[in-house]
Design a protein around this ligand. Structure first.
Ligand code: BES
Ligand code: ZN
Ligand code: ZN
Length: 504
C-alpha cells in the first residue's frame, strides 16, 4: 500500500472513494457542513439531520456526491469527542477506513483532512499513516485461502498552506514505526514450532546483517561461563537450547547509551508447575518483549537516531522434563544474588535476572525491560494497559508521557517496602514468587530490581496484558499487537534529539 500526501481540490479527482473526517463535538460544525455541502454540491447537512448522524468514533455516513466528486463511494467518518487523544483517534479511524476499503475491495482512496482545523499536521499525517498500516495488518500466511485484496494507494489530502516536504518526513517516520510494529507482530504470532530459540537467534542475526548492527550470540556453554545460573535453569527442561543475544546499534554521533531488554520465552508451559489448558494457550506470545526488541532495532536501523542502543534477549523455552528445574532449587544469578525457586512458572523474571545483570555491566545511561511477566498485571490493569515500574521516577514519567503520545496505554504500579518483604526466601537471598498472590505484578518488578545496578535509571514494562488479544481492538487485529515498539522507539528518537534536525 502506497501512502501519499496531496493538496487536491476534490472536484475533479478520480478515485474509488473519499473519506471526510469529522469530530462529533466540533463547534465549527455548521461551517464544516457548509464546506462539505460546497464540496459535494449540497444536501449533506440535510442528510446528516435526516439520519440524525452523530460523528461518533468510527461511524460512517455514506453521502451522495451528486456528480461533483468522481468517486463511487463518499463517506463522512466520525472522530468522536475525545479531542485529548487526537493522535490515537486518527490512528484508530485510519484503521477503520482501511478495513472498510478492503471490505469494499477499493483500490485507490482519499482521506480528506480539510474539514477540520487540526493543530499539528506533523502528528496528523503520521498518525493516519500508522493507523493505515497497523489496521491493514493480518497474520494470514497459514490460511490456504487468503483474502488477497490489497488497497493500492491512499492519498491523504491536507490543506494547501502546509509544508508538504516536512509532512512527507512524518509520513516516512509513521511508515517505519508501523512497519516495525508489524514486523514484531509477525514474529510474536509465529508459534513455537516455527520460531524456537535457535531460529530466533537466526532472525536477530539476519536483522543485524541487514542494518549493520553488532551482534554477539552466546550458546549454552558460554552462558554457563558467564555465570547465568538463573537463566540456564529455566532453559534446562527444553530440548531447544538457550541463546543469549546481544545486539548493538552504534551511530557515529552518539548522544548516549540505552539498553533495552526483552523477555524471550519462545514458549511458556509453566515447567514442572505446568499451566492448565486455557492458561497455556497464547504462551507463544511469551516472547513478545524479545520480538519488540527486534522491532525497535528494525525501526532505529531505518531512522538512524544518534544514540547507542543495546538490545538484549535471553531466549529460552520453559518446559517440563527430567532435566527441568524444580520448585525449591536454589540458583545463583550472574550478579551473585541467590534465588530460591517457589514456582517454575515464574520463569521470566529468572531469565531477566541474568539479562538485567548483563545489561547493568554495560553501564548504559538507562535500562528498559519489556516483559510478558505476570497475569497479576492483567488482573490489576486490564488487558489493554501495560504496567510500568522502576527505580527512577523521572525516567518512569518520561516513558508514561511517551506512551500517551503513541496511544500505547501504560500505568505505573507502585513499589513499597512491605511488598519487598514478601519476596524474602526461606533459604536464599530472594524468592521468585511473593508469599501471597496480591500485588503479583509488583513483587515481580521488585524481584527484577535486585538485578539492576541501582545507579542506573531503569524502567520495567509488564506487557502481559496488551502484548496480544484474542479478538483484537482498535487498530490491533486478533493475536499479537506489537506493543510497545512505537513507544520505545519514539522515546529513543526524542532522547537522541532526532527531532532537532527536523525542527519539531
Ligand atoms: N508468561 C507468564 C505471564 C503471562 C500470563 C503472560 C498471562 C501473558 C498472559 C508468566 O511467566 C507466568 O506464568 N507468571 C505467573 C507467575 C506466578 C507463578 C507467580 C502468573 O502470572 O501466574
Ligand atoms: Zn510462566
Ligand atoms: Zn512466562
Amino acid at each position: 500500500m502506497e501512502i501519499n500526501l496531496t493538496t487536491k481540490k476534490l472536484d475533479n479527482v478520480k478515485t474509488d472513494a473519499v473519506f471526510f473526517l469529522m469530530f462529533e463535538d466540533n463547534k465549527k460544525l455548521e461551517g464544516e457542513l457548509e464546506k462539505i455541502d460546497k464540496a459535494l454540491n449540497g444536501g449533506v447537512s440535510d442528510l446528516i439531520k435526516l439520519q440524525k448522524y452523530k460523528a461518533e468514533e468510527g461511524k460512517f455516513l455514506i453521502v451522495p456526491t451528486l456528480g461533483k466528486i468522481k468517486a463511487n463511494y463518499v463517506a463522512i467518518v466520525g472522530l468522536g469527542k475525545e479531542k485529548k487523544f487526537e493522535n490515537d483517534i486518527l490512528r484508530r479511524v485510519a484503521s477503520y477506513i482501511i478495513r472498510k476499503a478492503k471490505e469494499l475491495k477499493l483500490s485507490d482512496i482519499i482521506i480528506d483532512t480539510n474539514l477540520q482545523q487540526f493543530e499539528n499536521y506533523d502528528e496528523v499525517v503520521q498518525a493516519i499513516t500508522e493507523g493505515l498500516i497497523l489496521g491493514d495488518y493480518s497474520f494470514d500466511k497459514y490460511f490456504s485461502k487468503k483474502d488477497e485484496h490489497k488497497v493500492k494507494e491512499v492519498q491523504i489530502n491536507i490543506p494547501k498552506n502546509q509544508d508538504k516536504d516536512r509532512l512527507n518526513e512524518f509520513v516516512r517516520i509513521g511508515k517505519i514505526l508501523a512497519e516495525a510494529q508489524n514486523f514484531t507482530r509477525d514474529l510474536v504470532n509465529e508459534p513455537a514450532n516455527v520460531i524456537n530459540t535457535i531460529q530466533f537467534a537466526e532472525i536477530a542475526e539476519k536483522l543485524a546483517k541487514e542494518y549493520g548492527f553488532e551482534i554477539k550470540i552466546y550458546d549454552e556453554e558460554e552462558i554457563e561461563k558467564m555465570g547465568m545460573g538463573a537463566y540456564l535453569a529455566v532453559a534446562k527442561g527444553s530440548d531447544n537450547p538457550p541463546r543469549f543475544i546481544h545486539l548493538t546499534y552504534r551511530p557515529k554521533n552518539s548522544q548516549g547509551e540505552i539498553a533495552i531488554v526483552g523477555k524471550g520465552l519462545m514458549f511458556d508451559s509453566g515447567g514442572l508447575n505446568i499451566k492448565t489448558g486455557d492458561f497455556m494457550r497464547w504462551m507463544k506470545t511469551d516472547k513478545s518483549g524479545a520480538c519488540a526488541v527486534l522491532g525497535i532495532f528494525k525501526a532505529i536501523g531505518e531512522l538512524k537516531p544518534d544514540i547507542t542502543v543495546h538490545g538484549i534477549v535471553a531466549a529460552a523455552e520453559n518446559m517440563p522434563s527430567g532435566k527441568a528445574y524444580r520448585p525449591d532449587d536454589i540458583l545463583r544469578a550472574k550478579n551473585g544474588v541467590t534465588i530460591e525457586v517457589g514456582n517454575t512458572d515464574a520463569e521470566g523474571r529468572l531469565t531477566l535476572a541474568d539479562a538485567l545483570s548483563y545489561a547493568s555491566e554495560l553501564k548504559p545511561d538507562a535500562i528498559i525491560d519489556m516483559a510478558t511477566l505476570t497475569g497479576a498485571c492483567v488482573v490489576a490493569l486490564g488487558e489493554f494497559t501495560a504496567g510500568v515500574m522502576g527505580n527512577n521516577q523521572k525516567f518512569i514519567n518520561e516513558i508514561l508521557k511517551t506512551s500517551e503520545e503513541t496511544g500505547e496505554w501504560m500505568w505505573q504500579l507502585p513499589f513499597n517496602n512491605k511488598l519487598r518483604e514478601q519476596i524474602k526466601a526461606p533459604h536464599a537471598d530472594v524468592y521468585n514468587v511473593g508469599t501471597t498472590r496480591y500485588g503479583g505484578a509488583i513483587t515481580a518488578g521488585l524481584f527484577l530490581e535486585k538485578f539492576v545496578d541501582p545507579k542506573i535509571p531503569w524502567v520495567h514494562i509488564d506487557i502481559a496484558g496488551p502484548s496480544h488479544h484474542t479478538s483484537g481492538w482498535y487498530y490491533h487485529p486478533k493475536g499479537a499487537t506489537g506493543i510497545p515498539v512505537r513507544t520505545i522507539t519514539w522515546y529513543l528518537l526524542k532522547r537522541s534529539k532526532f527531532f532537532d534536525k527536523i525542527g519539531k
